[in-house]
Design a protein around this ligand. Structure first.
Ligand code: SF4
Ligand code: SF4
Length: 162
């Protein structure tokens, strides 16, 4: 009988111990959450949550955002693509077609760089494979359209791409 009373006391002690531990954990969690709220309340300039779509006019997407494939052009509208086709081979789903042509000296040059956004998974493999750093991910957003044709782009602007 005495052994049973000792066992009851131990389990009661255990119960209150766990209960108080949970209360303490809850309090710490509540206070840390309130700390974040108060911090942003007194310094609203540090808020990183975007008020989208209200801010769509001046919304700047983050550097890591992957909108769609784009060809980098300099101020003279020139790009670094040689038409080597490595990115085309690296793309796992045939999103890119690199069509080449010959210049007046008979050298192979890029003719048209065709990119189909409708197929692209934005995996970045093409960019990583390019040895010349000629392509990157654009930061445009709201790219949805009802017409699939509008999701095919010619990326080299010097060939009249959009
Ligand atoms: S991001 Fe991926 S899927 Fe899109 S074109 Fe590049 S390799 Fe292909
Ligand atoms: S984008 Fe790069 S990898 Fe692709 S064809 Fe041009 S130079 Fe080659």
């Amino acid at each position: 009988m005495k052994t049973r009373q000792v066992g009851d006391k131990e389990s009661l002690f255990h119960f209150w111990g766990r209960y108080l531990q949970k209360v303490a954990t809850g309090l710490v969690s509540l206070l840390s959450g309130m700390g974040v709220t108060i911090r942003y309340f007194v310094s609203p300039d540090k808020i990183i949550t975007q008020q989208y779509p209200e801010n769509r006019e001046n919304l700047q997407m983050m550097a890591r955002f992957r909108g769609h494939l784009a060809m980098i052009h300099d101020e003279n509208n020139q790009h670094r693509c040689t038409g080597c086709g490595i990115c085309e081979k690296a793309c796992p789903n045939g999103t890119i077609s690199v069509l080449t042509a010959k210049d007046l000296a008979g050298r192979k040059v890029l003719g048209r760089y065709i990119y189909r956004l409708s197929q692209c998974t934005l995996c970045n493999l093409c960019i990583e494979s390019c040895p010349f750093g000629a392509i990157s991910m654009g930061r445009d957003f709201e790219l949805a359209t009802y017409d699939r044709q509008q999701l095919t782009f010619i990326l080299n602007k010097t060939q009249g791409g959009k």
